[in-house]
Design a protein around this ligand. Structure first.
Ligand code: COI
Length: 369
């Protein structure tokens, strides 16, 4: 295994005053349109002993060889986490250790070098501290952190790259997904396409899971749906929705309210929000929580019986997005998510946001300023 880079070796080169950019207003920032003044870079060169010293530099373009493996074979992975400015003006990260763990799993699968996640968290914390004025003073916006690892060795062999680069860039963001006027999304399920398959990389955050969703998502948009519901297999199991994990709330056989999401069977990205929702709701006494296979037939049956209560997507970018409609094989399935008086999705969203913005103290939140 590779010896990790160390935070203690970090070199910082601050931007000169004339290089600093004007910060955008914290309304309607879009998602990943603006970038901050600095970035983190860590090179890996096997012939130089592996990981080099981390550097924070002014934000700049990268120069990479046109034969870099990342550009040809998608030898690449990324992460997404956020820095939140709390009501106490302190900046918090949300469970960054889980992103680091997932990043190393993706690195292993892609032949990219692994590293000590705690060391990367320390480097990212320093980067956010340096650019801390970019963390929006708003509870509807955040600073999105995008750590990325790319294989840059310029040769065409499909083998582990001799050189790689880990970088992290920061972007002040507001909401990611377009919704209907009621804040919910309509989703489109086309059984002829899959996002992931057993033994594949659906459970790793690699770019190659996302690019191939663009065309089908724009087809869905033409039919009036904002997201794609990804089904898998002969039983048309629900896997994910858009770039989010999917959840159902229904009345189970025992007459209890149940929160369900598909199990981590290799087809599902192990979302940090997903895990947090499962852990938080498990402590609530009025709801049963289960990871279980959910088929389209089951959804249709539950809905016919009036037992389907809510559906929603969950992820770092959006937190939680309620689903009000599914377009499926020439039919429209209306899901009564937005008709509930005290919806589970809203209670979960409020709890997560309260932790992230420091309304309540919670071990998930890591204070960094
Ligand atoms: C998420 O954070 O929910 C995502 O999957 C981010 C997406 C832009 C790739």
């Amino acid at each position: 295994p590779d010896v990790s880079f160390k935070y203690d070796d970090l070199k910082v080169a601050l931007a000169a005053p004339y290089q600093l950019q004007r910060k955008p207003e914290a309304v309607d920032l879009g998602f990943g349109k603006y970038f901050t003044d600095h970035m983190l870079k860590i090179h890996y060169h096997r012939e130089l002993g592996g990981w080099q010293k981390p550097e924070i530099t002014p934000f700049e373009n990268l120069t990479i060889h046109p034969a870099a493996k990342a550009l040809h074979y998608a030898v690449q992975l990324f992460e997404g986490l956020k820095a939140y400015r709390g009501v106490d003006d302190k900046i918090r990260l949300f469970r960054p250790d889980l992103n680091m763990h997932r990043m190393n799993l993706a690195a292993k699968r892609s032949g990219l070098p692994m590293f000590d996640g705690d060391e990367l968290i320390k480097c990212i914390v320093r980067l956010v501290q340096i650019d801390q004025e970019w963390v929006p003073h708003s509870e509807t916006s955040t600073l999105y952190i995008r750590p990325t690892l790319i294989g840059i060795e310029p040769t065409f062999g499909i083998v582990a790259p001799e050189s790689a680069m880990l970088f992290a860039i920061l972007s002040p963001v507001s909401a990611y997904y377009k919704t209907n006027s009621d804040g919910a999304v309509s989703i489109y399920a086309d059984p002829s396409v899959v996002r992931a398959f057993p033994g594949g990389v659906g459970n790793r955050k690699v770019g190659s899971n996302y690019g191939p969703t663009i065309e089908i998502t724009s087809q869905a948009a033409k039919l009036g749906h904002q997201q794609v519901l990804w089904l898998f297999g002969p039983n048309q199991e629900l896997t994910e929705v858009g770039a989010m994990n999917i959840f159902l709330v229904y009345i189970n056989e025992e007459g209890e309210k149940q929160l369900s999401t598909p199990p981590l069977n290799g087809l599902i990205l192990p979302g940090v929000t997903r895990r947090s929702i499962l852990e938080l709701a498990s402590q609530w006494e009025d709801i049963t929580v289960k990871e279980e296979v959910i088929t389209m037939d089951r959804v249709i049956q539950l809905n016919k019986q009036g037992r389907l209560v809510e559906m929603f997507g969950a992820g770092t970018a959006v937190v939680i997005t309620p689903i009000s409609n599914i377009g499926y094989m020439e039919t429209n399935i209306n899901v009564p998510t937005m008709e509930q008086e005290h919806p589970v999705y809203q209670r979960l969203k409020d709890t997560l946001l309260a932790i992230q913005y420091g309304h309540i103290e919670h071990p998930y939140a890591k204070i960094i300023t």
